[in-house]
Design a protein around this ligand. Structure first.
Ligand SMILES: Nc1ncnc2c1ncn2[C@@H]1O[C@H](COP(=O)(O)OP(=O)(O)OP(=O)(O)O)[C@@H](O)[C@H]1O
Ligand SMILES: [Mg+2]
Length: 312
């Protein structure tokens, strides 16, 4: 099994708020591991505890319980910090600086030599699609442009591990695609990426493994492929009936029409072979057969609903 580069071990965080010290259990139980070279998605709805977990892993919030380990060291660790890049949820920018100046400053904090800083800044500005805004101060940047420069600064130290809190926020579809491609490039270079999001299609396109958090508790962790292919929801058969019409449909099957003919949606437990034999015997032409497996969205909704029922 590949090396673990980040570990959340039973992490929990309770905030105390206001005069009455009201307890807010932002994270109740978070355990997962991120392995070297993978893209790991941390998914959950708004307010579920993603940012708080990531802050605990970055050593910015002290956990109420549990342990965090990054690049083999217990958090916080100065040496480990130099080998990682982090995009916070609401980054603070020195907004009178241009992208070049800002990246140069970040590079200096990582002790990168001046000439090398210039090369890296140049390359990163290009990579996040900000070449045309090179000379503009950050205060004149749009939301999506700030997000791009935020991602660039996370990469200035050429980190082994990149942790991004909602990198797709504020990006248009082209920007999202560019950032997805960038993450895949980072993976190709052997770097590890952990990012939080609630944009499920992005996760399906990029992540090797995911953890899902609902109301502060992690409900599912695993390879995307395993979490998703585990459940067959139904099988869709598209056909055009012959002169003999359609045989009797299996229990629970649903019929609808589309331009190619009829669509029969067979439930997961139906005998698909027997149905096909019967329709072919009745002279039908079968256009397509599509197993419908659970999508990430189905899984997300199922987990969220089961949590709500559990809490009730
Ligand atoms: N400093 C804080 N003090 C008190 N409560 C906090 C603090 N930070 C977060 N919370 C609460 O903890 C819960 C989880 O917040 P968190 O920001 O971790 O969620 P999130 O999953 O990142 O949400 P989003 O998708 O909206 O970014 C929320 O109820 C939030 O109000
Ligand atoms: Mg957040």
């Amino acid at each position: 099994m590949s090396e673990v580069v980040l570990r959340a071990d039973d992490l929990a965080k309770t905030f105390r708020l206001g005069f009455f010290r009201k307890r807010i259990e932002a994270v109740k139980q978070a355990s997962f591991e991120v392995r070297r070279g993978e893209i790991f998605g941390y998914l959950g709805p708004n307010g579920s505890g993603k940012t708080t977990t990531l802050k605990m892993l970055m050593g910015l919030v002290f956990p109420s319980r549990g342990r965090a380990e990054v690049l083999g060291q217990p958090v916080p660790d100065r040496q480990a910090k130099r080998r990682l890049g982090y995009l916070p949820e609401s980054p603070y920018f020195y907004d009178y600086l241009t992208p070049e100046e800002f990246l140069d400053l970040v590079g200096a904090l990582f002790d990168v030599k001046r000439a090398e800083r210039r090369i890296r800044a140049d390359r990163l500005i290009e990579r996040v699609g900000l070449s045309s805004a090179r000379g503009r101060p950050l205060r004149k940047f749009s939301k999506g442009m700030l997000q791009r420069i935020g991602i660039a600064q996370a990469l200035m130290g050429e980190p082994e591990l990149v942790v991004l809190d909602e990198p797709m926020t504020g990006l248009d579809p082209i920007g999202r695609k560019e950032i997805r491609d960038l993450m895949l490039d980072l993976k190709r270079e052997g770097r590890t990426v952990l990012y939080s999001t609630h944009i499920l299609p992005d996760v399906e396109m990029t992540c090797d493994r995911v953890a899902m958090i609902f109301a502060g508790r992690i409900r599912s962790v695993g390879p995307l492929s395993e979490l998703l292919t585990a459940r067959l929801l139904s099988t869709e058969v598209c056909l055009r009936p012959g002169a003999a019409g359609l045989p009797e449909l299996p229990a629970g099957a649903r019929k609808s029409e589309n331009p190619d003919g009829l669509v029969i949606d067979l439930p997961a437990d139906a005998d698909v072979d027997a149905f096909l034999r019967a329709v072919l015997a009745a002279g039908a032409r079968v256009h397509s057969l599509t197993p419908r497996r659970e999508s990430l969205e189905d899984l997300f909704v199922r987990e969220a609903t089961s949590h709500n029922q559990g809490a009730a």
